[in-house]
Design a protein around this ligand. Structure first.
Ligand SMILES: NC(=O)C1=CN([C@@H]2O[C@H](COP(=O)(O)OP(=O)(O)OC[C@H]3O[C@@H](n4cnc5c(N)ncnc54)[C@H](O)[C@@H]3O)[C@@H](O)[C@H]2O)C=CC1
Ligand SMILES: O=C([O-])C1=[NH+]CCC1
Length: 306
């Protein structure tokens, strides 16, 4: 085996700037929905009953981008003093199958997920958004503020968390235009963009609280029996997903509510499905290996690993 280069989280953080990541993710979402050059089976998951967590294996091949990669990600929702998600990424030569690099996957997961939501918001938000509401105050809440702020200037950011101190801490980190809220209804009132990034298994966001025409990035609840968004809201919104196949297998928000999937976000980018900006829209994100592969490829290219 050639020397396998190991790339630390610090290096990944330095290189993966949203200015390069967001356009790369946008292109990859479109490429995925063409159904011609990307081979990506739905995540294979081993459940760990004791921790209510899982280990997920996410391989991908992209002819267009010359990517052969796999992420392995663990999710231990009960972790308290360490992160709930941990991941490693392996990149192989797409022509010989030789492993080239092993990258820390934590930062990749945080940033590519937020970049994907930023792309979905760019296509689905109704006009210029002033108010952003975040439900959850963990890793993804932080990366979503950063990625969305790359594309939009929010006059107000509101944070709710099921443990109020988490919301207060994040609001202090963000600063001036940011407030912590004790109730979800207060946080999302008149919000133009809502991001749900919790480990909740039952809905935290309800139809009555959401402004008609708002855009929601529903990022948590990645198990078929978990949901973050109430069924009435799912059924009354226009629902977009990253992968139709993934959503039908993994998303409790979709499976339990029996909401209709209108399109993949890649279809909207390709122009084959409409962006219904004036309606209430939900982008249901489960996370795709192609997003990880594209992010990892940006890192190894910059490091000169070919
Ligand atoms: N769609 C995608 O591509 C990805 C989705 N995720 C999902 O996004 C969500 C957030 O991930 P991270 O920020 O990394 O996790 P985290 O552990 O850093 O943050 C989780 C947040 O949820 C809150 N929370 C925990 N239990 C809760 C409950 N029962 N009700 C309401 N809130 C609760 C915590 O206080 C914390 O603010 C998770 O569901 C995770 O699986 C994570 C990575 C990628
Ligand atoms: O795509 C991803 O890496 C994940 N989605 C849900 C948990 C981790």
């Amino acid at each position: 085996m050639d020397t396998l280069v190991i790339v630390s989280s610090e290096k990944v953080t330095d290189i993966l700037d949203y200015t390069i990541l967001i356009p790369a993710i946008e292109k990859s979402l479109a490429e995925f929905s063409k159904r011609t050059g990307v081979i990506q089976p739905v995540r294979n998951v081993v459940l760990i009953p004791e921790s209510e967590g899982f280990l997920g294996c996410m391989p991908v091949y992209s002819r267009e981008d010359d990517i052969l990669a796999a992420k392995i990600v663990s999710f231990f929702p009960q972790n308290k003093d360490v992160s709930t998600h941990h991941a490693v990424m392996l990149i192989f030569c797409a022509h010989t199958g030789i492993p080239k690099a092993l990258l820390d996957g934590d930062v990749i997961t945080a940033k590519r997920t937020a970049a994907t939501s930023a792309v979905a918001t760019k296509y689905l938000v109704n006009g210029k958004p002033d108010v952003l509401a975040l439900l959850g105050s963990g890793v993804q809440a932080r990366s979503h503020v950063a990625a969305l702020s790359e594309l939009f200037t929010f006059k107000e950011i509101r944070i709710w968390n099921h443990r109020f101190d988490g919301a207060v801490k994040l609001a202090e980190e963000i600063g001036l235009n940011c407030a912590s809220c004790r109730d979800v209804s207060e946080a999302v009132k008149n919000a133009d963009v809502i991001v749900t990034v919790t480990s909740a298994k039952n809905p935290v966001l309800r139809l009555d609280w959401v402004k008609p025409g708002a855009h929601i990035n529903a990022v948590g609840a990645c198990r078929p029996d978990w949901s973050e968004i109430d069924a009435d809201l799912m059924r009354s919104a226009v629902v977009y997903v990253d992968s139709r196949e993934g959503a039908l297998k993994e998303s409790g928000d979709i499976i339990l509510s029996q909401a209709e999937i209108y399109a993949e976000i890649g279809d909207v980018i390709l122009g084959t499905r409409e962006a219904m900006r004036e309606k209430t829209t939900v982008f249901k994100s489960l996370g795709m290996a192609i997003e990880d592969g594209v992010a990892a490829k940006l890192v190894i290219k910059k490091l000169g690993i070919e």
